[in-house]
Design a protein around this ligand. Structure first.
Ligand SMILES: *Cc1c(COP(=O)(O)O)cnc(C)c1O
Length: 415
């Protein structure tokens, strides 16, 4: 059927439905490089305004680091702009192999395979290694890209309650007769900023003969003493069978992802993972940038240490000001507002004060759990955090929520 007036009207109604439900997404245009200070046009058509960025995944502040930019330039000069081929035909350069080797070393794994993105890594990995005789047991709150990967795989699916180890063990017992069992979790959960108890999970996997899969996109580069990730924090380096992660967050923030882990599993991905076989890999310019990021991270832990300090400072400031936060010790610090409209109003008022922090509400987070998710960066200086804190306090006072409990906020604004 052609794109008739009736078809067009159908889509227009659907889009209108999103708008009236208040879940229509609009983007704000940044007129500068990604950094702690950005220049943002919002609403569209207005003059760009300088604001402090409190909601990027730029955890280590490397998105626009001069050495990374310089390395990317050099990569562009020496290896060109594009590959014009998938890996197995003629799309593999020496630097792609070097990045795989360096990630293997950084994560303490056996081997690594690059993907165009972590979304693609998650979409390809399960189908490449599992079949109808197997089971995938995932945490209820895993990232959308994992859910898609699970959907593409013919193995049986099951779910355990978020970070509930007792429930996980019951599921492992239930599926004891499967050929292969894979337990699947995020390392750091991006909406709440909590970490998966990988020590317990590794122990249960060992006990029940299951493999452990961790998506460490919100951890690689800064969680753990030397920033290797959640497995380092929990002392289980070498015990996670499959790690997927992204280069699109802390590691320079451009794009790309990978699967790291057991040698044979990585090889299965090289033979079978469809996003690897049928889509171009990471552009040489980006590979060169990520390699420089890994150089910086292996030389010193200065950046992840500064990030840890910044996050603790920010958390302490908000707590003392009387905000309700999600408990945790990662640079993801959710300021709980509970009510969806309040989260949007609060975010708009912060923007007027020169602070860019987006409000999240259902369906991105559960109903009645609306929030402003702040994300701290090593690119933040104390003056950025102090300015942001002053703005949060000013706006918090306007809405009368400072020092109030969850119940009091919900009573006043609804959930
Ligand atoms: C951001 C994210 C991804 C997607 O990463 P891309 O490389 O941008 O596709 C996958 N998993 C998790 C947990 C993420 O947070």
């Amino acid at each position: 059927m052609a794109f008739s007036d009736a078809v067009r009207e159908g889509f227009q109604k659907e889009l209108e439905g999103l708008r009236s439900a208040g879940i229509f997404k609009t983007e704000r245009f940044i007129h500068s490089a990604q950094a702690a200070d950005i220049s943002v046009e919002f609403p569209a058509g207005s003059a760009p305004k300088k604001v402090v960025n409190m909601c990027a995944n730029n955890y280590l502040g490397l998105s626009s680091h001069p050495e990374v930019v310089q390395a990317a330039h050099a990569g562009l000069d020496s290896r060109g702009y594009g590959m014009s081929s998938v890996r197995f035909i003629c799309g593999t350069q020496d630097i792609h192999k070097e990045l795989e080797r360096r990630m293997t070393e950084f994560l303490g794994a056996e081997d690594t395979i690059l993907f165009p993105s972590c979304m693609d890594a998650n979409a390809g990995v399960f189908e490449a290694i599992l079949n109808e005789s197997d089971v995938m047991i995932s945490d209820r709150l895993v990232h959308a890209s994992i859910i898609d990967g699970i959907r593409l795989c013919k193995a049986e699916r099951d779910i355990f309650k978020h970070a509930d180890m007792e429930h996980l063990e019951r599921k492992l017992e239930l599926h004891k007769d499967k050929r292969l069992k894979v337990v699947i979790t995020d390392g750091v959960f991006s909406m709440d900023g909590d970490t998966a108890p990988l020590d317990e999970m590794a122990r249960l996997c060992e006990k029940h003969g299951a493999m452990l899969f961790v998506d460490d996109s919100h951890s690689t580069g800064f969680i753990g003493k030397t920033g290797r990730g959640t497995h380092e924090k929990y002392g289980v380096v070498g015990k996670v069978d499959i790690i997927t992660t992204t280069f699109g967050k802390a590691l320079g923030g451009a794009s790309g992802g990978c699967v790291s882990g057991r040698r044979e599993l990585v090889e299965m991905c090289r033979q079978r993972a469809r996003p690897y076989l049928f889509s171009n890999t990471i552009a040489p310019v980006v590979v060169a940038g990520v390699l420089r990021v890994l150089d910086l991270l292996s030389k010193s832990t200065e950046r992840r240490d500064k990030l840890e300090k910044n996050a603790a400072y920010w958390r302490k400031g908000l707590t003392e000001a009387g905000f309700v936060l999600k408990e945790g010790d990662t640079p993801i610090v959710p300021v709980m507002l509970f009510n969806a409209k309040l989260s949007q109003d609060f975010s708009r008022d912060l923007f007027d004060e020169g602070i860019y922090a987006v409000g999240f509400f259902f369906p991105v987070v559960p109903k009645g759990a609306a929030r402003i998710r702040t994300q701290i960066s090593a690119g933040h200086e104390t003056h950025h955090l102090d300015k942001a804190l002053a703005a949060f306090v000013k706006v918090g006072k306007i809405y009368g929520i400072l020092g109030k409990t969850k119940e009091e906020i919900v009573e006043r604004y609804g959930a």
